[in-house]
Design a protein around this ligand. Structure first.
Ligand SMILES: *[C@@H]1O[C@H](CO)[C@@H](O)[C@H](O)[C@H]1NC(C)=O
Ligand SMILES: *[C@@H]1O[C@H](CO)[C@@H](O)[C@H](O)[C@H]1NC(C)=O
Ligand SMILES: *[C@@H]1O[C@H](CO)[C@@H](O)[C@H](O)[C@H]1NC(C)=O
Ligand SMILES: *[C@@H]1O[C@H](CO)[C@@H](O)[C@H](O)[C@H]1NC(C)=O
Length: 379
């Protein structure tokens, strides 16, 4: 209907024009180029450009094809849409401005001349929307027990439909279910499924949505994995001379963070006990517990226990500190000390370990070993 009305309007103009211009041999207006399609981000300005040569006193109108709406005629804006404007340069180059483009503006537009027959050209306005990640359907930070199955979700919209990719903030490989993805630093898809998560999966995950319309967006989801403490000890038997300084070491892993402390022969060692130096070096869920005995005395020998507790459980490990001094002469101590630096020390340690509880036997073996080594050197 509107279009017909428009044609009527333009033809009316045409009639007048024809009357006026009949005297000259009439120059016929023609388009210089075809109208170009536009792709515009929502909120920006779209400008169609229609170039007409020899317009004379004909008029240029802009129309919205899909809705059959007349937008402008010559320099007049006909539509009530305030986001529409028209301007021209020398009546040759005609611009249709659409400010603050909305998705509803997507469609076909026409530049029309009121010639007889009417001349027109059309072009398409595509409205694109940068990606956005929807808060509600997208996973928030997760806390789970080790061994659980976890699915992280990311919901994004935009035009065109965005691609969603998951990756770890650390850049590490992703833990996933599908064998084919094992080598991937990122996987595409809205869902990141993780079967039987472990402490190694703890950390930040990024969901990144992109659709070619800048800017891309991402959301960070942290995965916290809870597990009871475990303790590992490298050296469970340590021999020391009286007067030595010795450091006992335990490695604990726990999350939430554990409370860590030491006991000797069942008594808690106080942090303020000046005979000891207690340190705990934390790195993520790992803790290196160190107990330094500044100067070993007779009373320091015995069983040390390192203990780790969190809300999910507790664990401990023991280290036995035994004397390698006592019945020896000072000279012999220094000999043994020299051998401690010998690469064969591991053999010596192994012997110590297997015989540790029986200290008299152990001393005998140590003495023998020392003698054997001495013999090797002097022969
Ligand atoms: C018409 O709009 C175009 C595009 O914004 C601009 O370059 C041009 O200067 C304007 N012309 C006039 C006469 O306002
Ligand atoms: C303009 O866009 C329409 C709709 O997407 C498409 O069919 C047409 O081929 C495009 N024309 C040009 C010249 O790109
Ligand atoms: C986790 O998923 C695996 C494989 O789908 C299933 O066998 C297992 O029972 C699930 N575990 C839990 C705790 O739901
Ligand atoms: C995994 O990586 C390969 C090669 O890097 C790629 O072709 C494949 O599409 C990726 N798989 C997923 C699910 O992203």
């Amino acid at each position: 209907m509107l279009l017909r009305k428009l044609l009527f309007y333009l033809n009316f103009g045409l009639v007048i024009h024809t009357v006026i211009c009949l005297k000259d041999t009439v120059e016929v207006p023609r388009f210089e180029d075809s109208l170009s399609n536009l792709t515009v981000s929502v909120g920006r300005e779209a400008i169609f450009t229609c170039v007409v040569n020899e317009l004379g006193s004909y008029r240029v109108a802009w129309l919205r094809v899909d809705t059959q709406t007349i937008l402008t005629i010559a320099t007049h804006v006909i539509t009530k849409n305030h986001r529409i404007a028209v301007n021209h340069s020398d009546r040759r180059v005609w611009f249709l401005h659409i400010h603050d483009v909305r998705q509803s503006d997507r469609g076909w537009y026409m530049c029309q001349l009121n010639t007889d027959p009417m001349k027109s050209q059309t072009a398409y306005l595509d409205v694109v929307v940068p990606p956005d990640i929807l808060d509600y359907p997208t996973s928030s930070d997760q806390v789970a027990r080790e061994g659980a199955n976890i699915t992280l979700r990311c919901a994004a919209h935009g035009v065109p439909t965005p691609n969603v990719v998951w990756r770890r903030e650390s850049g590490d490989l992703l833990p996933t279910t599908k064998f084919s993805d094992l080598q991937n630093h990122s996987i595409s898809g809205c869902e990141l499924q993780m079967i039987k998560i472990s402490r190694l999966h703890m950390g930040a995950y990024l969901c990144i949505a992109s659709n070619g319309v800048p800017p891309s967006v991402s959301k960070r989801v942290t995965l916290v994995v809870h597990f009871p403490p475990i303790m590992t000890i490298q050296n469970q038997l340590i021999g020391a001379l009286q007067g030595d300084s010795v450091t006992l070491e335990c490695h604990s892993e726990a999350f939430p963070k554990s409370i860590n402390y030491w006991t000797i022969n069942g008594h808690i060692i106080s942090q303020s006990d000046t005979r000891f130096e207690i340190t705990a070096i934390e790195k993520g869920y790992e803790v290196v517990m160190k107990l330094k005995i500044k100067r070993v005395s007779r009373g320091n020998f015995g069983t040390y226990t390192c203990i780790s507790k969190n809300s999910l459980g507790d664990t401990d490990g023991t280290i036995k500190l035994y004397p390698i001094s006592g019945q020896y002469e000072d000279k012999q101590y220094s000999e043994i000390n020299d051998f401690e630096e010998n690469p064969d020390v591991s053999e010596l340690e192994a012997l110590k370990r297997s015989l540790a509880p029986k200290s008299t036997q152990m001393n005998l073996v140590l003495l023998l070993t020392a003698l054997v080594i001495l013999a090797e050197i002097y022969m």
